[in-house]
Design a protein around this ligand. Structure first.
Ligand code: ADP
Ligand code: ZN
Ligand code: ZN
Length: 678
């Protein structure tokens, strides 16, 4: 038996790098989770290796927890840390089940013996006995009395806390509709793919991608392997989960950020024990402790929610590819608007037609030059003529900013270098970056003038300008699911909102989609602006015309000739993507390089810029330092690296950041590294 366990304590401190040696209690393996004494505290720790001796004096772990990580996840921790300039401990903290939660135990009542002729029982007792076996919920006293008489057996049993949308009980057994020829062909190629191969399923919206996933999953289960399904934010796309749970029943575990700790714990344990063999979930589900994965599906692979915004800034799509390679699983990334990276790297399967044979919606670009107001008269008329519509405007609030008409003073956030957005309903102006809020001013604080101008239109204001009943969905809505359900059930009306309205939802009777300001995403200073705009228009088009009528989409723009708009209107993803790839190759953008972004931030004037300058000097060929707008009272400055070789670049960045962080007087500067920022 090994005597020493090497462990990685779970702490957020960057300087503490394991592994550390501890005495190895009996039964502990690689992947076991311990509680260890560490620097006067008790910390959770993952066992990363076992050995026979150590030159250190060994402490005894205080506890061995029941959950353990499978070996492939243990190996994934240091890999993840290296890929994203983070630490193994932070990586492991993403993988562990929630702490301090136990299995839920409930009393289960079953018959202990048959009641004999003439047994004295009242009606209530007869009723109870006739419903056995069952869970003893509520008042258990009557059952306890029957237990005393030897009629009933009461035993504690562990009981799953099932998340919303999960299936409890049997699968429907339905095998789904007969596949179309396109679906058959895609499924056949998918099932014939080599172990570890990565595929792109490019299917227009409504082409039946999900049905292909379901069939492929069934085959993989039948072959004795497991399936991981990644989907964007769950609250907005419950349909795909329901389709998996209906088809496969309790073998489906659901994992996402809205689970209670108890639900998360139970789903995690069901996956780890092999009871659940399909895991479907959002970004964090990529770390599900499945063994023998045969298929990984990344649905809506273009979706930005796959990128984690906290440290480690991992990309679930990249992690999924690594897990597929580890397990010899086939990976399928599906989308109507794939990323240029995926188009370039993956073998393509295609579903070019809608299942219902309907043509794709007609997309019309309206030139907004010279128009006054947020809506062109033709757009307004189209909204009047349409029974149900979706209107997309990526700007919350009433208007973007306020300025004084007399002296030009503009209201800005005291913490960030951005203007404050007017929210009329709450009578406030607020910062969309840090949450700072103040009351709507009634006079200029510089010159005292009462003439204050409101600039631009956000969703709150547009709501008052639209014809008919409006269902508004944006960051100000308390319950997104409720708004979506109300719109779904309504006979007519307009769903108005920020980009969430273009995501995944399947409303059969929407006739019209409107992009109010296509230039807003196009103007965004980022090399992915074109791709994002193409995707937004195409996805919105996918939301309309799903019923009998052919859908229609209107895109308002000041640059109606922009290729991203023209090609989206022509439903021509292949041309858009090949032109986009040519542009990126010329400019050496991903997938022809790896970008790494380093942001230095500090409340001390000049400190962030100083640190970024030194970083830039340490990293030959890097771009910057470029000042960013001040955020939450901290000045910021960034350095960007375009690297040929990801490995070498990440290592160089790690070294440079390490040496800068140790520099004198650097306490006030925080440095964050984003590998492949989105
Ligand atoms: P996508 O995921 O590509 O948007 P879905 O898989 O959601 O498409 O399919 C769109 C609709 O068509 C769904 O309502 C689905 O049940 C239905 N569908 C899918 N495949 C078939 C088929 N072969 N025959 C009939 N209906 C189908
Ligand atoms: Zn003024
Ligand atoms: Zn602010």
């Amino acid at each position: 038996m090994p005597k020493v366990a090497q462990v990685e304590p779970i702490t957020t401190a960057r300087v503490l790098r394991g592994p550390f040696d501890y005495a190895c209690p009996e039964g502990v393996e690689v992947g076991s989770v311990l509680v260890v004494p560490f620097g006067g505290r008790d910390l959770l720790a993952v066992v990363t290796a076992l050995k026979d001796s150590s030159e250190h004096e060994l402490s005894e772990p205080k506890q061995v927890l029941p959950a353990s990580l499978p070996p492939d996840l243990v190996a994934l921790g240091p890999w993840l840390a290296d890929e994203y300039c983070s630490t193994p401990a932070r990586a492991y903290s993403l993988m562990l089940p929630p702490r301090g939660v136990k299995e839920r135990s409930v009393l289960y009542a079953s018959a202990a013996r048959e009641p004999a002729e003439g047994e004295r029982l009242n009606d209530n007792q007869r009723q109870l006995l006739s419903t056995l076996p069952r869970l003893a919920g509520g008042d258990v006293a009557p059952l306890r009395r029957l237990e005393k008489r030897g009629l009933v057996r009461l035993e504690p049993q562990s009981h799953r806390r099932a998340p919303q949308h999960a299936s409890v009980g049997k699968a429907s057994g339905a095998s789904g509709p007969a596949l179309t020829a396109d679906q058959e062909a895609a499924l056949e190629q998918l099932l014939a793919a080599d172990q570890g191969e990565q595929l792109l399923l490019h299917g227009v919206t409504g082409s039946g991608k999900t049905e292909v996933y379901l069939r492929a999953a069934a085959e993989v289960l039948a072959a004795g392997r497991t399936v991981l399904v990644l989907v964007p934010e769950i609250a907005l796309t419950p349909q795909i989960i329901s389709r998996f749970t209906e088809r496969f029943g309790e073998t489906v575990a659901v994992i996402h950020s809205k689970l209670t700790p108890g639900e998360r714990f139970d789903e995690w344990m069901r996956i780890r024990s092999g009871e659940a063999r399909i895991c479907i979930g959002a970004r964090s589900a990529v770390f599900a402790p499945l063994s023998e994965i045969g298929l990984i599906i990344v649905d809506e692979e273009h979706d930005s929610s796959y990128k984690n915004e906290g440290d480690p800034r991992y990309d679930a799509r990249h992690v999924a590819a690594r897990r597929a390679a580890d397990h010899g699983a086939v990976l399928v990334a599906g989308s109507a608007t794939p990323r240029a990276e995926s188009w370039h790297r993956l073998r393509r399967l295609s579903l070019p037609r809608r299942v219902d044979q309907l043509p794709l919606p007609e997309v019309e670009i309206i030139d907004l030059r010279g128009a006054s107001g947020a809506l062109h008269p033709d757009t307004f008329q189209a909204l009047v003529d349409s029974r149900k519509s979706i209107v997309l405007l990526n700007r919350r609030g009433w208007s973007n900013y306020l300025s004084c008409s007399s002296c030009g003073y503009a209201w800005e956030c005291p913490q960030c270098d951005v203007t404050l957005v007017l929210h009329r309903a709450s009578g406030s102006i607020s910062c969309h970056h840090c949450g700072h809020r103040e009351r709507v001013p009634d006079r200029c604080i510089e010159c005292g003038s009462v003439s204050i101008a409101r600039h631009g239109t956000g969703t709150e204001r547009l709501e008052t300008e639209l014809p008919g009943k409006v269902f508004r969905l944006d960051g100000d809505s308390a319950d997104a699911g409720a708004v979506l359900r109300a719109f779904e059930q309504a006979d007519e009306g307009i769903l108005l909102g920020t980009q969430v309205v273009a995501k995944g939802h399947d409303f059969p009777d929407v006739e019209l989609g409107v992009v109010v300001d296509a230039d807003q995403t196009l103007r965004f200073p980022d090399f992915r602006a074109e791709e994002r705009t193409f995707s937004l228009v195409t996805q919105l088009a996918g939301r309309s015309g799903r019923g009998a009528a052919r859908g229609r989409v209107i895109v308002q723009s000041l640059t109606p000739d922009a290729p991203a708009l023209v090609l989206a209107a022509a439903h021509d993803a292949p041309t858009f993507l090949s032109e986009e790839l040519a542009r990126r190759e010329a400019l050496r953008y991903p997938p022809f390089s790896t970008l790494i972004r380093i942001v230095c931030a500090s409340p001390q004037p000049g400190a962030a810029q100083q640190a970024a300058t030194e970083l830039q000097e340490l990293l030959p060929g890097s771009l910057g330092p470029a000042p960013l707008f001040r955020l939450r009272g901290r000045e910021r400055s960034q350095v960007v690296i375009k690297a040929e070789d990801r490995r070498t670049a990440v290592e160089a960045v790690n070294l440079a950041v390490g040496s800068i962080a140790r520099g004198a007087g650097r306490k006030s500067v925080s440095i964050s590294v984003d590998v492949e920022p989105q």
